[in-house]
Design a protein around this ligand. Sequence first.
Ligand code: THU
Length: 132
Amino acid sequence: MSDLALIAAAQAARDRAHAPYSRHPVGAAVLDEAGRIHAGCNVENAAYPLGTCAEASAISAMVGAGGRRIAAIAVAGPEGSLCTPCGGCRQRIREFAAGDTPVLVRDPEGGVARFTLDELLPASFGPENLGQ
Ligand code: THU
């Protein structure tokens, strides 16, 4: 699985986002332990706090399809932006990913910025802290 294929899946999901209030469409694509891709987009709501992030949608799709580990995740925001995952989504990713898991973010020039989860969420709290 190439970085570009995962980013392309995130971009395709972003193009289906429901973001009429923020006008900030986001797509995410998760690569699971079986090599399958699960994508999702942000889905906003007129009752603003009920909106969901793209990463949360993609993770829900993965879990619903039987995936249990995130091998890599890609995020694509609006054209010309670097849309790194919000703090809450960094923790959502942490539930299913290791510190060295790649987090790929579409960069403003159309390239790919590569992070690890540890870089985005250092000294994190995860399932191991609860003995899992
Ligand atoms: N958003 C995401 O989908 N993922 C992030 O990591 C950052 C923010 C969405 C939520 C909201 O619909 C819009 O972007 C503006 O915050």
